[in-house]
Design a protein around this ligand. Structure first.
Ligand code: SF4
Ligand code: SF4
Length: 304
């Protein structure tokens, strides 16, 4: 490692944007060689933010805090939680991909399935690139989704849950709130994929412009909408929330369809992420306008 080069939030945002613009991994692998992604939202959360401990208490003891996962994999760099920053990015689905999946009624469009496989391969490349670039600048970093002991466990409360969640990291980093279907509604909507890296760097935390972890969902805000319930071909979404097991089974069934119909090994669904008011923006008018004005609510209560 070189000696510590000072890293700023803008440096990281530039690194992420440049990778999107120049990496050969950014492809849907279709005939036209279209890019999978064109831009990213980026946020930062402190490793000392109490929200990580709240996740642990809410999701389960197996859910890592940034400090836990960093110290497991960078034992040669002893740190306190406050010396860590979680870098989180959101890759919004492009208009063409969203439009194609809006027409889907049971299984995903070819474009969506390609993004699920090749777009996520790019996202893996992004995690590796951010870690490598930070290391070259003298800062230890890890991508929690890529460590060998990242796992999915059965959870009494959630049917199953993982030791690190990109959507929860994005929520902590001020990038969005959860919808009825469990997707994360961001300023660019719910049709997106997310990634994150934990690094020993000091970057100012992105303020969370919401007081409630469901503030951007119309169903939570005023009991209206519920459009994602009708979009789900597996009846996995109800007024009570998202049935992960039904969703998982539908995703498993989609493999055969994708292979037979589109002739590549893939899968996906995401029907609840398109053709809904939260597809490409924040549908709750008051929350959207407050965000545009840069207003911050009082500190959110702990997750219950
Ligand atoms: S479709 Fe409506 S109810 Fe479902 S997550 Fe989006 S805003 Fe909430
Ligand atoms: S991803 Fe598909 S199966 Fe899962 S909740 Fe959304 S629409 Fe339903």
């Amino acid at each position: 490692m070189e000696k510590h080069v000072n890293i700023s939030g803008d440096w990281i945002k530039g690194l992420i944007q440049k990778f999107i613009a120049t990496s050969p991994l950014n492809t849907m692998q279709n005939e036209d060689g279209e890019p999978a992604w064109d831009t990213a939202l980026v946020g930062f959360a402190s490793g000392a933010d109490p929200i990580w401990q709240q996740y642990k208490e809410y999701v389960g003891a197996f859910h890592w805090t940034p400090w836990e996962v960093f110290n497991q994999h960078c034992p040669e760099e002893p740190v306190g939680a406050g010396e860590l920053t979680v870098i989180s990015w959101v890759l919004p689905q492009r208009e063409r991909v969203r439009k194609a999946n809006r027409r889907a009624r049971k299984y995903p469009s070819e474009e969506w399935a390609r993004i699920r496989v090749y777009g996520e391969a790019f996202n893996v490349g992004m995690r590796r690139h951010v870690v490598k670039s930070l290391k070259e600048a003298g800062h230890a970093a890890i991508a929690p989704m890529l460590v060998p002991n990242w796992t999915i466990v059965k959870s009494q409360r959630f049917s199953y849950a993982s030791s690190w969640s990109e959507r929860h990291a994005a929520h902590a980093a001020g990038l969005g709130t959860f919808g009825l279907c469990d997707g994360l509604i961001t300023a660019r909507g719910k049709a997106m994929r997310a990634g994150s890296v934990v690094a020993k760097i000091d970057i100012e935390q992105t303020p969370r412009p919401y007081a409630d972890h469901r503030a951007y969902c119309l169903f939570s805000a005023d009991g209206t909408c519920g459009k994602c319930i009708d979009r789900c071909p597996a009846q996995a979404i109800t007024a009570a929330g998202h049935d992960k097991e039904k969703c998982r089974q539908h995703l498993a069934r989609s493999r055969e369809y994708v292979e037979k119909t589109y002739k590549f090994e893939g899968y996906g669904c995401g029907l609840c992420q398109v053709g809904v008011p939260c597809e490409s923006g924040i549908p709750v008018k008051a929350a959207r306008e407050a965000l545009e004005r840069g207003e911050l609510p009082p500190q959110p209560p702990p997750l219950a």
